[in-house]
Design a protein. Structure first.
Length: 180
């Protein structure tokens, strides 16, 4: 199935100041999430950002907030954003295609994705925008999500599917700014 910008929402999970430095690919992960946040902002895709136990692992990195100024930030203590009760039809703007990025791929991303699938959502996990402390955990998390019916996608796949056609009025601007 293809992504449809009118049915999509982005969920960025736990990209927090004290957790990011522990990952094996912090710089690339941060860059890719800033890219995704900016693309969603420029294409008016609703975006939610979760923060897990802010008092212990810090707030979301400022660069992500800057790239997604319209994003709604939700707090949680559960590993799954869905089970935390902060994802509602209203908070997701009635989207049924949820694009997930963030950390950690084998914990909060995985549990959220599986909960969303169990509740009938189409889930797209951005492979180049998720991370964990160990690469093997990323691989296992992505494999399990895919086996459970989640689509594993890249950032560029999202951009072109949201655009749909070179005739899209935003094509030139998005291509120039995001496609390299």
């Amino acid at each position: 199935m293809l992504l449809d910008s009118k049915r999509s929402a982005v969920l960025m999970i736990d990209l927090q100041t004290r957790l990011l430095p522990a990952l094996n690919n912090t710089d690339e992960l941060l860059t890719n999430n800033i890219w995704l946040a900016g693309l969603a902002n420029d294409m008016a895709i609703p975006t939610l950002i979760s923060e897990h136990c802010v008092d212990k692992i810090g707030a979301t990195r400022e660069e992500i907030i800057t790239a997604a100024p319209q994003a709604r930030i939700v707090q949680k203590q559960s590993f799954s954003v869905f089970s935390a009760g902060v994802l509602t039809e209203d908070s997701l703007h009635h989207a049924n295609q949820i694009i997930i990025s963030g950390i950690e791929a084998h914990i909060c991303v995985l549990q959220t994705a599986l909960d969303l699938r169990a509740h009938g959502y189409e889930v797209f996990v951005v492979a180049d925008a998720v991370g964990s402390r160990r690469q093997r955990d990323v691989e296992l998390g992505l494999a399990r999500m895919q086996a459970s019916g989640c689509e594993i996608v890249s950032r560029e796949m999202i951009a072109f599917e949201w655009l749909g056609s070179a005739n899209n009025p935003q094509f030139r601007e998005i291509h120039k700014k995001y496609i390299r």
